[in-house]
Design a protein around this ligand. Sequence first.
Ligand SMILES: Nc1nc2c(c(=O)[nH]1)N[C@H]1C(S)=C(S)[C@@H](COP(=O)(O)O)O[C@H]1N2
Ligand SMILES: [Mo]
Length: 406
Amino acid sequence: MKRREFNQRLSLAALSGLLGTRIVFGNKMPLGYIPLGLQDPDPFELFQKNKEMVVLNDKPWNMEAQAHLLNDRVTPNEFMFIRNNGKIPENINPKTWELVLDGESIRTKKTYSLQELKTKFPHYTYQLTLECGGNGRSEFTPPAKGNQWTVGAVSSAKWTGVRLRDILEDVGFKSDTVYIGYHAADTHLSGDPSKEPISRGVPLEKALQDETLVAFQMNGKDIPLAHGFPLRLVCGGWPASASGKWLTRLSIRNQVHDGAKMGGSSYRVPCETVAPGSEVNKENMCIIESMPVKSLITSPRSGALIQSGQKLKINGHAWAGELKVEKMSYSLDFGSTWQNCALEAPANRLAWQHFSATIAFPKKGYYEIWASATDENGKSQPMVLPGWNPKGYLNNACHRIAVKVV
Ligand SMILES: Nc1nc2c(c(=O)[nH]1)N[C@H]1C(S)=C(S)[C@@H](COP(=O)(O)O)O[C@H]1N2
Ligand SMILES: [Mo]
């Protein structure tokens, strides 16, 4: 056998090993060719995610958790969903990273280095719940386009940074200030440098809240790359699209920010309820602000088998955007009657709240456990589906798990 052939055979075997299956027609593959299946990075390794996370899209990367993965009180990186609209920036250098403050309503335009931000302003740490506006989209009918999130596009990590308010007060803003818009270093999928993948923000009142951070740490470490390293805006309780990752610029606007994905039907819902499938005019679409009341049973996972006569402890989290969750209930009979769960206070404002209950089952058989939270204004979750909207946002239907008592 010629040495060349021998090499190719060897590498074919090695490549098959890496792919986890044999390469059919591998003998026809050009010498030195790397199969596409091995060219894409493994996202679990790349982003240090748990293997049970679910990849919804790779261009751009979108990944969600499953309910049982979100059992921690504070979400660790491995279970945090990733929602990207563009390409993650490359070659990030935190030593030269800058944050520019500009806009029509700024008093003095200013640029801070990352180091300056960290040394000039006091640091604060809050646990902040971030839920994608489209979490739960997969359940809507007629279906809505976009990532088909099930229940796992929500997280509640601890964020450390400086207050956006302190920065805004340092640069000074005029009395006509309406909105703070963010700009970031990620790039548009088209490759067109004049386009931004996303540039949203929040009204001044939200920007001035104690918990609105320009963060440089998540769970006590540098923010992981996929979640906005080295600097990120974090606005807990609002659709997570308001929390700009890879933050490079904040614009103090004298109008509602008009960056990418602020207009049209992006992160907007009909101002008034509409019939499923309706066309809605632009003027009748309102920007999503505080997220609605919602909860998730994170233990046990759906499909659990319970021994007859044994009690089952369930637990999970509940959150209600800017509001507190006041009451948490579960139902064993498809929503006919409800029992109270024990509900803890949040670690701080805008953090989710932990709940638990111990359930005794009357007899053997199939059950569903439905969970419903009620916010401090008395609003509860809808049992099956909330109001339909063109982009499939704000599905806060009761989370349900199946159990069998055997
Ligand atoms: N720069 C930038 N910021 C962004 C995004 C993005 O694509 N680019 N996606 C937004 C959306 S839609 C969501 S839901 C959250 C997701 O945050 P995570 O990936 O850290 O979970 O980031 C928001 N901030
Ligand atoms: Mo999102």
